[in-house]
Design a protein around this ligand. Structure first.
Ligand SMILES: [Zn+2]
Length: 64
């Protein structure tokens, strides 16, 4: 089992207990409820790439 974070409400949950999941840009996201998944599906960009340490975050240009 693995603990994952519901990107919509921020709740931590066990991925095997997630009520809903979706794949966005090749990455699986887990949700505490179908409602949270619907919210995510409506506007995934709103919830992805927000927090620090997210994969796929564009790196700032390197000054030279
Ligand atoms: Zn949720």
């Amino acid at each position: 089992m693995a603990m994952v974070k519901d990107p919509v409400c921020g709740m931590e949950l066990d991925s095997s207990q997630a009520q809903a999941q979706t794949i966005y840009k090749g990455q699986a996201y887990f949700f505490c409820s179908a409602d949270c998944r619907r919210t995510f599906d409506e506007n995934p960009k709103e919830f992805v790439g927000k927090g620090p340490g997210q994969e796929g975050e564009p790196l700032p240009p390197v000054p030279r």
